[in-house]
Design a protein around this ligand. Structure first.
Ligand code: PLP
Length: 487
């Protein structure tokens, strides 16, 4: 295929060249009506390129097939049989992908280290989750994706399950054995969905971890805005084989998706694909060298321990994305959250992620010598300042297995059940009616339907006292919990 072509961008350029006057949405009419104070900050071009797909980028009959051509090019670029663009982030694409495999009341295997969007999908879709627990790495206090044997055991116990959803890479760059899990799923005749929100760049360099389509997954969801170069909310479904029918995926996407997809998302996805096909190898090669250099420099800083290839080991990760710089800060006597807050406040450096033990920074094709220096200088300064940071009360991290809570009710039933609000100290033994996700990384510690334990309450309460954010809890301070009312 001709990857120098960018159908959406070309249609947008043509639309702007023609100077079409539009009497439909968006009401700002390609910036004519935009408040200049808004344009001053956002730029007028954003509005000029904000165009409906129908009667804008394409005609009413979609005769030029602008989007279809762009999607075919994307599929070709990454080795998928088909690709579909989605404009509501992987949060929505994950829900759609799950719905395309299991309908209400049907069983789906789900890796429990899932992003909160997966728990939301379980509630909205009404699917029965069969949790596959991740491998807990007690030393690092980190959950690694489950392994093929874990999936096989659960499929033997639940032969009526409709498929499996695996999350890889994790927010921390650790990756599952996708091929191994896919083969187990296929032995049982069910599809594997991969939430590869963090993996949009993986197809474009051989030194990066295996990418879902190459590793025999059936349906892969990516967020191109995370490690790639498209604007926020840019997500792509990739499909291969015949276990998930494209028609089913499209119709279920239609249940959830918007009817006003953003041309900015489509156009930037289109441009990212061209850039990666033409220059991806070189750009990512540079990024890999840069990440390696930064990791070595961090290893020389006292008190900072960057995670590296040693994480790839039996019972840990099957592979690791070297572009994720994950740095354990515990030896500095502070938490990852404190490090992230300090870096932002004092050095204007925003690391992408943090938790009790670590921070993470993503290196992408967009980094250069300047950003490399900014990051390293900031980490030097953090090490120098660490002794002056207040010592906050520690988070009581749960022991391995303590976050594998008993599932007493289906998440959907618990979420919509009559509820009580109980003080944290009386919550143990009650069934949660809400999702409680320490953020980041946004992996729920408690899902609706799970039985709350003293240990998990202690973890959440000490977390909040330390500065962990829990925005999705009904009471973000977790002093009061929303639980299923007793009959
Ligand atoms: C593993 C995983 N899946 C899905 C999502 C949701 O993606 P998005 O923010 O594109 O909606 C995230 C977001 O952080 C994530 O980490």
């Amino acid at each position: 295929m001709d990857h120098s072509r960018v159908p959406v961008l070309e249609a947008l350029a043509e639309f702007r060249r023609r100077g079409d006057v539009v009497f439909g949405p968006p009401g700002h009419k390609q910036g004519r009506g935009v408040d200049p104070r808004v344009a001053e900050i956002l730029g007028l071009d954003v509005f000029r390129s904000d165009v409906l797909s129908l009667n804008g980028l394409d005609d009413r009959r979609q005769s030029q097939g602008v989007l279809g051509q762009a999607q075919d090019l994307m599929a070709d670029a990454v080795g998928a049989e088909q690709a579909f663009f989605s404009t509501c982030g992987s949060s929505l694409s994950v829900k759609t992908a799950m719905l395309a495999v299991a309908g209400p009341g049907e069983k789906l295997l789900l890796s429990r280290n899932a992003h909160k969007s997966v728990i939301a999908a379980v509630i909205v879709n009404g699917v029965e989750p069969i949790w596959v627990h991740p491998k807990f790495d007690a030393e690092r206090h980190l959950a690694h994706p489950p392994e093929p044997d874990d999936v096989r055991d659960r499929l033997r116990e639940h032969p009526d399950a409709k498929g499996m959803l695996l999350i890889t890479p994790t927010e921390w760059g650790t990756c599952a054995d996708i091929r191994g899990v896919a083969r187990v799923c296929h032995e049982f005749g069910v599809p594997l969905i991969v939430d590869e929100a963090w993996g949009a760049h993986l197809p474009f360099h051989p030194d990066l971890p295996p990418w879902g389509m190459d590793a025999e997954a059936d349906l892969v969801v990516t967020s191109v805005h995370k490690m790639g170069g498209a604007v926020e909310q840019s997500s792509v479904f990739h499909l291969q084989y015949d276990r998930v029918a494209p028609e089913v995926l499209k119709q279920r996407e239609d249940l959830l998706g918007t009817t006003s997809a953003s041309s900015l998302v489509y156009a930037s996805l289109d441009g990212w694909r061209r850039q990666m096909v033409e220059q991806g190898h070189e750009l990512l090669e540079t990024a890999l060298h840069r990440a390696g250099r930064i990791r070595e420099a961090i290893a020389d800083l006292p008190g900072l321990r960057p995670m590296g290839q040693e994480i790839v080991a039996e019972g840990h990760a099957a592979s690791f994305d070297p572009l994720k710089l994950v740095v354990d800060v515990r030896e500095l006597g502070i938490s990852g959250m404190q490090a992230a807050e300090w870096l932002r406040a004092h050095r204007h450096v925003d690391v992408g992620g943090s938790d009790t033990c670590r921070i993470s920074a993503s290196i992408t094709h967009a980094d250069d010598d300047e950003t490399e220096k900014v990051l390293l200088d900031a980490l030097h300064a953090l090490v120098d300042a660490a002794d002056t940071l207040e010592r906050r009360p520690p988070v009581h991290l749960p022991a391995p297995g303590a976050l594998e809570l008993e599932q007493a009710m289906l998440p959907r039933e618990a979420f919509f059940a009559p509820v009580d609000h109980v003080p944290a100290e009386q919550a143990a033994g009650r069934i949660a009616a809400e999702t409680i996700s320490p953020y980041p990384p946004g992996v729920p510690a408690v899902a609706p339907g799970e039985v709350i334990t003293e240990e998990v309450v202690d973890y959440l309460r000490t977390g909040v006292e330390h500065g962990v954010l829990i925005p999705d809890a009904s009471d973000p301070s977790v002093r009061v919990l929303r639980v299923v009312a007793r009959p």
